[in-house]
Design a protein around this ligand. Structure first.
Ligand SMILES: [Zn+2]
Length: 347
């Protein structure tokens, strides 16, 4: 029986040494240390031995049992450690892997051109101001010399805003141009005034390749003593040189806007064909850039300025149009379709 125990111990330890995973270890435990194990049967049979042998065999059997228990516990600890390390290795983050590229954003072409235009006027000493897009009729029309029933209102198809709290309907509009800021600025400041007003405006128009119901406008205003048409021409020519190149020539022709007198339309010679005629300039050699003019005396009087003392000029342009001309874009709707193939050309 002692030999049987020794043989059992040797066999069990050999098998134990070959075990590589915890499932096999559990099977081994059931085989050698479980209730129905050989060892357990020997232990239970001890009582049938002669009293002289009981003690010796019992001691050896218990020694074998404790050796097997100790060794298997050690093996279990070893295997658990290996399993943990394998799991850590599986989950390890390789910090040396190159990162996935992060898509880099960029300014929208309208932001770029607006910044460029604004910078050209800042260099001439203009402040940038912004105003509300939901505007009083009196600022959008009345105080700009466009009273109700004035035929010029037909030029601006207006979105009216439904009012509450006792404000009569028809008094609040989505501004149709950034010109109302002329009035707000003149009311808030005293001359000399030099401001540039970038912002959004709205007109109830069908959308096509050159019209959008929501668009941007950049308004400018200069008011001081002794300002003349020559200042207007010099200022806007400096702008044209800054944005379209120093060799540009400018042309001013008479135009009508109710809030200026005289009014002018400014054009530059075509930067694409240098005046010989092409698709961009519709074969005229000239490109209309903006409307401008000397501030109407009625507008000055309306804000409490003495038109005998103060004069000024105002202008307004569409940055969409400027960008389309500068970059050769043929459809205004491209600015809003969020097509990356279009937008990524303006890095
Ligand atoms: Zn041309």
């Amino acid at each position: 029986m002692i030999e049987q125990l020794e043989e059992l111990k040797t066999r069990a330890l050999e098998e134990l040494a070959r075990i590589q995973d915890l499932d096999r270890l559990e099977e081994w435990r059931i085989t050698y240390l479980g209730k129905r194990s050989e060892l357990n049967q020997i232990l239970r049979g001890i009582g049938t031995l002669a009293p002289a042998d009981r003690r010796t065999v019992g001691q050896i059997a218990n020694d074998v049992k404790s050796v097997l228990e100790g060794e298997s516990a050690a093996r279990r600890a070893q295997l658990e450690q290996i399993a943990r390390e394998a799991e850590i290795a599986r989950e390890r983050v390789d910090v040396t892997l190159p990162p996935r590229p992060i898509a880099r954003g960029q300014c929208h072409p309208l932001s770029l051109i607006t910044e460029e235009i604004v910078a050209a006027f800042r260099a001439l000493g203009y402040d940038v101001v912004e105003g509300p897009e939901v505007e009083w009729d009196k600022y959008n029309f009345e105080m700009l010399n466009i009273p109700a029933e004035h035929p010029a209102r037909d030029v601006w198809d207006t979105f009216y805003v439904k009012t509450t709290d006792g404000i009569p309907q028809g008094q609040v509009v989505l501004r149709t141009h950034t010109s109302p800021m002329q009035i707000r600025v003149m009311q808030a400041r005293r001359p000399p005034i030099r401001v540039i007003v970038p912002g959004r405006a709205y007109r109830y128009e069908a959308t096509d390749a050159t019209h959008e119901s929501e668009f941007y406008q950049i308004e400018g205003l200069a008011v001081d003593e002794h300002i003349t048409m020559a200042d207007l021409k010099g200022t806007l020519t400096a702008f044209a040189h800054a944005v379209f190149g120093p060799e540009r020539r400018t042309r001013f022709r008479v135009d009508f806007f109710p809030f200026v007198e005289p009014g002018a339309e400014m054009a530059i010679d075509c930067h694409a064909c240098r005046g010989s005629g092409c698709r961009i300039c519709k074969n005229t050699g000239w490109i209309e850039i903006m409307g401008a003019g000397m501030v109407h005396p009625k507008v000055l009087e309306g804000v409490g300025y003495d038109p005998a003392k103060y004069t000024g000029f105002a202008f307004g342009m569409g940055p969409e149009r400027v960008a389309m001309l500068k970059y050769g874009i043929d459809d205004i709707r491209l600015f809003k379709t969020n097509d990356l193939r279009f937008l990524q050309q303006f890095r």
